[in-house]
Each structure stands twice: as C-alpha cells, then as structure tokens.
Design a protein around this ligand. Structure first.
Ligand SMILES: [Zn+2]
Length: 219
C-alpha cells in the first residue's frame, strides 16, 4: 500500500497569511521529564493553521461547525487532477473543468506547495473562476482539496468583508462542500493511478475550521 501524507508539518515557523484574524502558531513545552517526569506541551493554533478543513461557519454565522462535517465526504475515492501547467495568478476556467469527469471528491494539484515558507506562497496562487466552481458543484462535487491557500483570487484581499470577498469559498461552503486547503507533496501523485483520500479534522465543537491530517492512498 502506497500512502502519501499530504499534510504540512505544524511547527513554530508555520506561515499564516499575515492577517490579524489568523493565529501565529506556538508549540511550547510545559512539563518536562527533568522537572515533573513527563513532557507535555501547549499548542496555540489557528482554526486555519497549515493543512486544514473549512466548515460552513467560516463564512456563515448560521452555518455548521467543523464537528458536524460529514465524514463520509472526507474518506473515499478521489479524482486527482493535474493542474501543474497553471502558472502563478492563472485562473482555472469553465473550459478547464468541462474537460474533467466531475466526481464526489476532487483533489487539484498545482504544485503550489513548493512555495510554502517563501514570500511567494500567498502571492498570485492559481485560483478558480466562479463559473468553474459552479460547474463542479452542479456535477456533484462534495469534497475539494487544493495545494494552494484558497480557491479564491488571493489578490482580491482588499475586498475583505465586502460583496466580492471570497465568492468561491461562499459558493462551496453554502452548498456544504468540504474544503481542504494547503496540501503538500502533490508532486508525488501518480495521476494515472486510482486514489482514495482520508482527510480528518479535529472534532472541535462549533469551530469554523480545523487543522487536518490528509493522507492519499494509491490503489
Ligand atoms: Zn481555510
């Protein structure tokens, strides 16, 4: 069985997108073997730290939290799509997704994880046109995983809170699609093979998202 761990490592130099509403990571030792006979730690994490899953509550006050995401959507056969030809700032168009067979779970690999921990990571990552997202939704996609920070246009950050802010997030989450962001190691995927994905968030009651361990099994 070949497993690829698509999760980023959480450590004290984990990047965040720099906005004040995302927590910087701090992993701190509390007890030590020398002092109290055991090591224990305190974890200061954001709900969107490293490889993570978004819940509808991320954008909708009336949406459900990460503890209510359907695990049946998070585990099972996944279509891995090779979008590594997409360049920085390029859009996934309706034409691009029309060529695909839309399935329940889809993973889109841009190779963007190679920019993790560089200043490029949050700048001009490839993103989806809203027409493309609507097509995937209409085709029955219930789970979407990406190796970029977002399915939305990252250069549109000036629209925060406004009408044009994060239209793809809103479209996906309002339809209950499970959204996984910040995958890594997608360059190790053999796109000619069949895959199964396991993406599990922490069971955090009424929280808008959670770090997730995401593993791909090659069949
Ligand atoms: Zn998120």
């Amino acid at each position: 069985m070949k497993l690829i761990d698509l999760s980023l490592t959480i450590d004290n130099c984990c990047m965040t997108c720099g906005t004040p509403w995302h927590q910087e990571v701090a992993v701190e030792r509390m007890g030590t073997v020398a002092d109290v006979g055991r090591n224990t730690s305190r974890l200061l994490l954001g709900s969107h730290t490293a490889t993570h899953m978004d819940a509808p509550l991320h954008f909708f006050e009336e949406g459900y939290g990460i503890d209510e995401v359907a695990l049946s959507d998070c585990v099972g056969a996944v279509s891995c799509i090779d979008f590594t030809a997409k360049k920085a700032g390029e859009t996934v168009t309706l034409e691009d997704v029309r060529k695909l067979g839309v399935t329940r779970r889809m993973l889109f690999a841009f190779g963007w994880h190679r920019n993790w921990k560089t200043p490029r990571y949050y700048k001009q990552f490839p993103y989806f046109s809203t027409e493309a997202v609507r097509f995937l939704l209409d085709g029955g996609m219930r789970f979407m995983a990406l190796d970029t920070p977002s399915p939305d246009d990252g250069s549109a950050i000036q629209k925060v809170g406004g009408e044009g802010d994060s239209p793809n997030h809103k479209l996906l989450l309002s339809h209950g699609v499970v959204l996984v962001e910040y995958l890594t190691r997608t360059d190790e995927i053999d796109f000619g093979k069949n895959h199964k994905i396991i993406a599990l968030p922490l069971k955090l009651k009424g929280v808008d998202g959670s770090p997730a361990r995401v593993v791909l099994e090659e069949e």
